[in-house]
Design a protein around this ligand. Sequence first.
Ligand SMILES: NC(=O)c1ccc[n+]([C@@H]2O[C@H](COP(=O)([O-])OP(=O)(O)OC[C@H]3O[C@@H](n4cnc5c(N)ncnc54)[C@H](OP(=O)(O)O)[C@@H]3O)[C@@H](O)[C@H]2O)c1
Length: 473
Amino acid sequence: MSQIGVTGLAVMGANLARNIARRGVPIAVHNRTASKTHDFVSEFGSEGNFTGSDSLEEFVQSLERPRRIIVMVKAGAPVDGVIEDLVPLLDKDDIIIDAGNSHFVDTRRREQYLTEKGLRFIGTGVSGGEEGALNGPSIMPGGPRAAYGEVEEIFTTIAAQVDGEPCCAYIGADGAGHYVKMVHNGIEYADMQLIAEAYDLLRHGIGLDVPTIKGIFDEWNTGDLESFLIEITATVLGKTDAATGNPLIDVIVDQAEQKGTGRWTAQDALEQGVPLTGITEAVFARSLSALRDQRKAASGYLAGPQPGGLSESLVDDIRKALYASKVVAYAQGFEQMASAARTYDWDLQMGELAKIWRGGCIIRARFLNRITESYAETPDLVNLLMAPYFRDAVADAQDAWRKVIVSAVDQGIAVPAFSSSLAYYDGYRRERGPANLIQGQRDFFGAHTYRRVDKEGSFHTRWSQDGTEVKTD
Ligand SMILES: NC(=O)c1ccc[n+]([C@@H]2O[C@H](COP(=O)([O-])OP(=O)(O)OC[C@H]3O[C@@H](n4cnc5c(N)ncnc54)[C@H](OP(=O)(O)O)[C@@H]3O)[C@@H](O)[C@H]2O)c1
């Protein structure tokens, strides 16, 4: 009998199954299109103890009870379809594990549905792409804690390990795991956009050539910015196009695609009223990049400065601006998770989250240790920017940060993630902002009332009548 099963043998499911099998765990495998199961077993069968099945019935019967079934199929309706097919084949307390990129709202719904059927459901985020799935991903499981206990040993064994600790920890009830994975992906969007803005400034603001920029990213990867995304940026910039002999980056079309997790993160932030500006700007920047034909037409039509001629002395300032903006992106992402924890009643352990992102996942970075330490020092930290380490790091970077944004604006180089991060920082550190005026306007046209700094209660001014103020509560 197999200890666990995987259905869905595309890139993620196949690699996850191989990772499990390589740890000596007997595993059942299945795919809707049976030929893929045969191909998989014939190619990788020697790596472990696999039982391939053509039908879902056979697959289920080959599993020890309580059955543990990882569903790794296309997110959305296919997950519901597979669940519907599995339910009549399962027994009480069997566990379905959705390890795809499902929306956390769907996970909450599925968990409730399956609980009513006497089954257990784990919605788990898995990050790291195909390489991570095979060699050690970051795993973010959510669902009933007792159900997690039944898969904990396998999950912690197959996860990436950093400093002897697995990049896997129980996140919380129902959709918590998929929620945290969603925010992880949102932060990934922001991180990538910030790196792209730094590249744009180096390339078109200062006018450096691609090999020089590659060298800069290599160097940045030895300091505070050390991370998977900086590392692969240098690798991408170092690649020569076989057809033209030029840097590959120069022949890649400048339209970024998206599968939806960044958009979900931004949508959820809007729902919760969390100011998630960095991630949201990163999503919009991809949308703007998609308007290639319009941008082409506008480039010769709309007035503005031509980039170029910035001093090379700005290189280190750009590094500092990137770091400070990145701190803001994480601060916002963690703030969003804290808000979700209150909304959905999840006991999210912020320091633990940073810890399980240190390895295996796309946003793995040296920086995450500092986040873990900050939450260890102050478990109820309201905002990462308030942690002494990050407060000091941003204070140290802020002159450079402002200088870089001023230079970008002067040059006509759009840096939406850099500048929105700074705007958030400046907005956050202002004891009194300009929203008093907005309240005055709202009260004027809609009698929405306002509160006063010097008295308790709600007030309305009869703007269009006698101009007197009345207390409304
Ligand atoms: N690719 C990545 O880097 C990555 C990283 C993290 C998470 N994820 C997530 O992991 C999940 C799997 O991703 P993937 O890239 O490996 O695969 P995918 O391309 O998203 O999905 C293909 C798999 O889904 C199966 N499938 C599709 N519709 C189905 C249906 N109606 N019923 C049953 N099976 C169905 C396919 O079976 P057939 O072979 O029969 O078509 C195939 O096994 C997704 O949720 C994805 O978002 C992916």
